[in-house]
Design a protein around this ligand. Sequence first.
Ligand code: ADE
Length: 204
Amino acid sequence: MRFDLLTLFPEMFEGYLGQSLLKRAIKRDLVEVMLHNIRDWAENKHKKVDDRPFGGGPGMVLKVEPVIECVEAVRGDGPRPGHLVMLTPQGRPLNQAVVEELAQRERILLLCGRYEGFDERIREILEPDEISIGDFVLNGGEVAAMVIIDSVIRLVPDVLGDEESSGDDSFSQPGRLLEFAQYTRPREYRGLEVPAVLLGGNHE
Ligand code: ADE
């Protein structure tokens, strides 16, 4: 499974990409993550990627040209163009069903916004799958992109060992909202005891 991250802040991903499960998956060639800086596609001398909105208003808007050219170049790099996801608070809400749908893809491009938003023509031209990770506003799509990678790679075959298997995850079974309460040693802590039914060794 390949992810391409299109962002103005590729350094934000460095720590995340080096963490245990993902690092192991990358090393084992199960997952590939490519970083692309949208600023590399800015034509102007100052590498400007944002501008003031027509009609006024606060904040800056991501310019259409560098984003389109970056997406086109990244799509052209590799045997398949991939599924384009744009992270925005206006997108369809992320849930486990969406994660399962994304996990079927062989390649996903994650387009991260910043500033007040994207020039609307970016949506019109690219027709991306817009996804929101919740009804709140982040400073940009980077953290949301990490949430997508984190949840999707759990479903990529062989990424999790048997011990960590995703089959038991909360939400992965219909109607099952939360995983059951779990305990490990010690049997008693500050007067709180592990329920006796869990101590018998009978898994059922
Ligand atoms: N960018 C800003 N806020 C976001 C959100 N809630 N989900 C996805 N991308 C975002």
